[in-house]
Design a protein around this ligand. Structure first.
Ligand code: PGA
Ligand code: MG
Length: 220
């Protein structure tokens, strides 16, 4: 039995299309040109305040718009899921891990309100015992504090088996700083080649996850 914590966007779900649409609505409202899906991928990973700061910088939107844009962004983000989807095989993999007795949690940099909303929308809520978001603590990933908090909520201390599963450079750094094995999903929102992101193992199909967890737990 292990405590397994998952990143959300780019690891279990892909919200990038909706985030692009929301961003372009905020930009259009202010008379600025739209961004692309590739732009969204490059801005994601460090939470909503950083995303909005990167979005503003890309289009030259002034600092005075930051607070209003961030609040509109988070508000829309908690309601707009039409183009947000689960990666193939996620539900089966999570159910398999639970059936094996593992305890599952979430550690995302998204704010809690949209996180809870999208988990409910995609039928994931009951699969996770604990959820830690970008605004749960004063710090967010790559600071390991929310990841440690997730393990603690799952009843796993330093001596227990713990794994973090994510898709990005930020997640890899978080796992390293927390001192736990990291499984990298290679079809998410990473910015550098998968082989250059430190990881215990890498996977491109969630059906491989239970096997990789078993491999990590038996010492690779
Ligand atoms: O929204 C973000 O910036 C990142 O979200 P994630 O931590 O779930 O990947
Ligand atoms: Mg991610």
């Amino acid at each position: 039995m292990a405590a397994i914590v998952f990143d959300l966007d780019g690891t279990l779900i892909d919200a990038a299309s909706d985030i692009t649409a929301i961003s372009n609505q905020l930009l259009a409202d202010r008379g600025f040109d739209p961004i692309t899906l590739a732009d969204t991928h490059s801005f994601l990973g460090n939470g909503a305040p950083t995303f909005v700061a990167r979005l503003r910088a890309a289009r030259g939107v002034g600092d005075d718009q930051h607070a209003a844009m961030l609040s509109e962004f988070v508000d829309l983000y908690a309601r707009q899921f039409d183009h947000t989807f689960l990666f193939p095989g996620v539900i089966d993999a999570l159910n398999d891990l639970r059936a094996l007795g593992h305890h599952l949690g979430i550690c995302t940099n998204k704010p809690m309100e949209p996180t809870r909303a999208v988990l409910a929308h995609l039928g994931l809520t009951d699969l996770f015992t604990t959820v830690w978001a970008g605004d749960s603590l004063a710090v967010r990933k790559p600071d390991p504090a929310p990841l440690h908090a997730a393990y603690q909520a799952l009843g796993a201390g330093d001596g227990d088996d713990r794994i973090f599963v994510g898709d990005s450079e930020v997640d890899s750094e978080t796992a390293l700083r927390a001192g736990v094995p990291f499984l990298l999903y290679t079809k998410g929102h990473r910015k550098t080649p998968a082989g250059e992101i430190p990881a215990s193992l890498r996977f491109d199909d969630h059906a491989d996850l239970p096997g990789q967890v078993a491999q990590v737990l038996t010492g690779l």
